[in-house]
Design a protein around this ligand. Sequence first.
Ligand SMILES: O=P(O)(O)OC[C@H]1O[C@](O)(COP(=O)(O)O)[C@@H](O)[C@@H]1O
Ligand SMILES: [Mg+2]
Ligand SMILES: [Mg+2]
Length: 344
Amino acid sequence: MTKRVSLTQYLVEQQREHGQIPAQLRLLIEVVARACKRIAISVNKGALGEVLGSAGSENVQGEVQKKLDIISNEVLIEANEWGGHLAAMASEEMDSIHVVPNRYPQGEYLLMFDPLDGSSNIDVNVSIGTIFSVLKKPNDDPNVIEPVSEADFLQPGHQQAAAGYCVYGPQTTLVLTVGHGVAMFTLDREQGSWVLTTDKVEIPADTKEFAINMSNMRHWAPPVSRYISECLAGKEGVRGKDFNMRWVASMVADVHRIMTRGGIFMYPWDKREPTKPGKLRLMYEANPMAFLIEQAGGMATNGTERIMDLPPTKLHERVSVILGSKNEVQRVTDYHKEAATPAA
Ligand SMILES: O=P(O)(O)OC[C@H]1O[C@](O)(COP(=O)(O)O)[C@@H](O)[C@@H]1O
Ligand SMILES: [Mg+2]
Ligand SMILES: [Mg+2]
């Protein structure tokens, strides 16, 4: 029988043998993983646990909050605030940052999360998830006590110390990077433990599968229309191969499919609200997913630039997202560059 490796064992190995993560970060990830287990329990209760339906409130972005959005947000805050590894948290569901109260020990990390991703899928029993990202507080000199501010969070994605997501689907799976590859852990529901099920995830560079909300087609920019119409032309077109399409409408589930078998995911800028860079959030969705995708050998851009190099200007910033199999993301990015270059 092959030896089962738990999340704790994996993280301890990363810390001790490879010197890749400090103890504080290891403990912080374990707290987040425990919170995800609690969220999974609520998700699994469904109609029996009064967790379905709208909460009757709106978040800072004007989106209707579901009960599970609020429950998941509370679980993550409650689990993390007394852990002693954090200075503050920020969430898609909160207007501003949540500083760890000073009755609890203070840590040097900042945690950001989309507590419940794919909210429109909660009530219809389709896969949803939690996405998280960890940054280090810029001034972590223990001799200088400075209050945490929103500005501390505005670091580009390449400075993330860790990122991950948990997908609540037929299986509950935690996918994690601390900057040295990507590992997947499946929740053993009987034992209540995370078991390493895939190490060193690798996304194939080529794919025949794309994920985009096709109902927005008429609003897309020309490079996106060009790419998708070439995919749709199949074997007879310039690509010379048939493509398949998938759209779960939970970023976590769509990205998890790409992590597992490759593909390209796009939620690009479109003409509906030209001043809005995109629908997805840079800090809670795009940056952590870009970190995971790159760590698995894929690529993530906003059409022209690497997502993880974008300097954030505000907490709830939006961004255009193109990520997944390297050669396809490169192709869409090249189309954007060509479109921006005036013909000679
Ligand atoms: O319904 P649309 O426009 O296709 O949008 C789907 C996208 O919106 C999101 O649900 C946004 O996430 P939230 O549920 O956290 O707001 C993504 O997960 C998904 O990719
Ligand atoms: Mg989301
Ligand atoms: Mg959400």
